[in-house]
Design a protein around this ligand. Structure first.
Ligand SMILES: O=C(O)CCC(=O)c1ccccc1C(=O)O
Ligand SMILES: [Mg+2]
Length: 339
């Protein structure tokens, strides 16, 4: 990465993965498996998951390959193959991937947030101001890496700098105790923070449920790693679900969960895990398939030092354009390391 992302759970500085190609219905589809240990399997486990899927495919075709890829055990491997299969299917049907999920939809662009890592108050305010200058009207700031009072000063500095028209979100990556979270929610309410992602530990469903009800919403992200969606919905523990296709075992799983969340009155937000262009496009098409989707965490491509292919999606006025060509919108023949 050329711009690492500092979070309460450490700094993400490097991403490495596997490009998957699959020939299906006369088309070559492309997918990407970019595991992020802690969120997904390791790169080694991902590679062996893909090798197992290739062996299963040789006997039983794509159905056997999909059955060999357990979303709980090897979500990134499953994401890579599932994306390649979906890309080929959408190409064969002549529709952009988001319309393969919902043929009636037309979507030219989706709203996106800028993502700002941990840093000193002035650095944080400058980074948000740069994002606003670049056209973003929604910005997510990483918190939880320093004491709550310091994060409050960071958010105060941001508000002082960019004014009240910018939507601000925070992401604590599970760093706070219940007491810290309560204090943070009280303080952040005065700066009009829309929601905090993962204020508490992933397994504290009850704690998250009791943080709800004020002006600052609760978004759950890490809590989805262990597939707790039904428990979360049943406990009314979240205002927002943060859906990462790489973590959930593929774009199809993410789309299904987004629709389920919507039915239950919970707002879905789609984000990358800081991925190459193939996985970013897959996440973009999931977001594009969701009517009236809230700003998504998809504008992460500019953090990478190198990418897999030129990016057909551009960001302007806080929105990311959605490719309308068949499939993901990238030519599989052009996809490779160091494009
Ligand atoms: O949501 C965004 O704005 C960008 C993605 C992001 O923050 C992220 C990227 C990699 C791993 C975890 C996270 C996260 O949301 O916690
Ligand atoms: Mg998060």
């Amino acid at each position: 990465m050329k711009r690492p992302l500092a979070t309460a759970d450490g700094t993400i500085a490097e991403r490495e993965g596997v490009v998957v190609r699959y020939d299906h219905r006369g088309e070559t589809g492309v997918g990407e498996s970019t595991p992020l240990p802690g969120w997904t399997e390791s790169l080694d486990a991902c590679r062996s998951g893909l090798a197992d899927a290739a062996a299963a495919e040789a006997d039983g075709g794509h159905t056997a390959a999909m059955l060999a890829l357990d979303a709980a055990a090897v979500p990134a491997a499953r994401h890579g193959f599932a994306t390649a299969l979906l890309d080929a299917d959408a190409r064969a049907d002549g529709v952009p991937l988001y319309r393969w999920f919902d043929p009636d939809r037309r979507c030219q662009s989706v709203p996106v947030n800028a993502t700002v890592g941990d840093g000193r108050p002035q650095e944080t305010a400058d980074a948000v101001a740069d994002a606003v200058d670049a056209g973003f009207d929604c910005c997510k700031v990483k918190v939880g890496a320093r004491p709550v009072a310091d994060d409050v000063e960071r958010i105060r500095a941001v508000r002082d700098c960019v004014g009240d028209d910018v939507t601000l979100r925070a992401d604590a990556n599970g760093a706070w105790s219940r007491d810290e979270a309560e204090t943070a929610f009280e303080e952040l309410a005065s700066f009009g923070v829309e929601y905090v992602e993962q204020p508490l530990a992933a397994d504290d469903i009850e704690g998250h449920a009791s943080l709800r009800g004020g002006s600052v919403g609760v978004a759950l992200d890490e809590s989805l790693v262990d597939r707790r969606v039904h428990a979360i919905l049943d406990a009314d523990a979240a205002d927002v679900l943060v859906l990462k296709p790489m973590v959930l075992g593929g774009p199809g799983n993410a789309h299904t969960l987004a629709m389920r969340a919507r039915e239950r009155g919970v707002d879905p937000v789609v984000t990358t895990t800081i991925d190459g262009v193939v996985a970013r496009l897959a996440a973009l098409h999931v977001a594009a398939a969701i009517p009236d989707v809230s700003a998504c965490g998809l504008a992460t491509g500019d953090r990478l030092a190198t990418d897999l292919a030129p990016d057909p999606a551009t960001v302007s006025d806080g929105r990311m354009s959605v490719p309308q060509s068949a499939g993901l919108g990238v030519d599989p023949a052009e996809v490779g390391p160091d494009a």
